[in-house]
Write a protein that binds this ligand. Sequence first.
Ligand code: HEM
Length: 501
Amino acid sequence: MFLQFSFEDALLATLIASIVYFTLATIHSLYFHSLSRFPGPKSWAISRIPYAYTLLKGDLTQRTKELHEQYGKIVRLAPNELSFIDGQAWQDIYNHHQGRPNFSKNPLWMAPGDNGIHSILSANDADHARYRRLLAHAFSERALREQEYLPLAYIDLLTRKIRGIVSASESHSAVVDIVKWLNFTTFDIVGDLALGESFHCLEDSNYHGWVSILFTQFKAAALFVSLRFFGLDKPLRMVLPKSLLKKRAEHAKYSTDRIHHRLNQGKEGADAQRNDFMTYVLRYNDEKGMTVPEIEQTFRVLVVAGAETSGTALSGILGNLLQSPDAMENIVKEVRQSFRNASEICANRVSNLPYLNAVIEEGLRLCPPVALGMPRVVPAGGAEVSGQWLPGGTFVACPGYASNRSLLNFPDSPSTFDPSRWLPPSNLSKVGSSAFNPFSLGPRNCLGRNLAYLEMRLILAHLLWHFEFEAEDSAWNWEDQKTWILWEKKPLKVKIRIRDG
Ligand code: HEM
């Protein structure tokens, strides 16, 4: 005799099985999972959904900070993910470990390009070491000295353009969105260094098409990462409108074409005097170096990693200066007393201005361009992070924004813009400095750190030497912005006058 099941019976059985499964999974996640001892919201501990939804909304940076304020230095952000904000965790997760494997990049975040090739950001450790050895030549002290003329030329163009706008106004002052102009400058500089030609944003007083759709790409990347947690990214790709995929391919093609154009010009480039990134890569590349597709993928990333980040840092620094009259007065005084002419402002000399450098550190602290935790995976066999033993495969990260604004690291008004905390006699405490890593640390730290400092110092010094700035929008607030991988910056309206004398 066969038992007869109706459709309703099957549905009921499936429902009951699902409820039992989710109840058991929830109990396991909350009480028996290897991460169940760590604090965090229960809804986040039992499911990846709250994390993915917050990432999609662009709120993960702020939410992670709030969760650390509520739960302390370690927070469980998902069933298999922990977030840390103490200096020891930064060391444990990102630095080299003698005789032990490094924490690898999280593959859910680090997909290869559409051609299947990885850039320096996403390559595995062995490939990464090969890429990095070659690229290091393009970021050495010597290369930086030889390249300084390029940022200086664009900074000169920036000041001439702003001077032109101000001079054209009858009131001898003009209101501009300075975020745009800072971004124009950093994209033109890095475009020229990486692709052999600038984006001409400054010249055109407008974003180049390639740059203007970049943020759509970050949002798309956040969407893909959120779906990848549930294995749904591939189905989405299949149903994406063809027009979107075409736009994406065109975007990649523009940079690929530029890179090939530059490669064809050889070491010296178009003018035999050029010292851009490709000069060094072509000078030192050999069979242990990088292939052309690897160069394509990595040079595209260089533009994004180099330009968007520096533009963000400068926007955050200037925005905070505009709201801190004392700090603005101090930095303007230092810059103007140090240089009689703008032509004297060079990399060597700006690196020795203590207040300027303190302002930059403080800006990077409050507005770190890489604000989310850089996702890593605990190596097989497990490892200790911040004194806690974690099983292999656990997802971990240290979010810069939450670390830099935590009372645990900066007990003295962590959300206040106060450059003096970096200067004697206060100087930063050991706790604060070990948790402050805007360029990350270890083998995969920022390769462009010195170039970034050079650009930030030179751009700020030149702007403050030439112009007087006044906030137009007193409601400007960095915290109101969202992040989709990187910050989506709001306009920052400033009134600019040419300085007297
Ligand atoms: C204020 C500006 C900048 C900040 C805050 C910054 C921050 C960072 C951080 C945190 C990382 C590590 C990412 C990770 O582990 O996933 C990184 C990597 C990187 N950055 Fe920067 N960056 C800045 C500017 C630049 C510039 C100007 C360049 C070059 C044009 C650059 C090139 C790179 C490269 C190539 C990597 C990958 C390094 C590797 O994996 O070996 N960055 N950056």
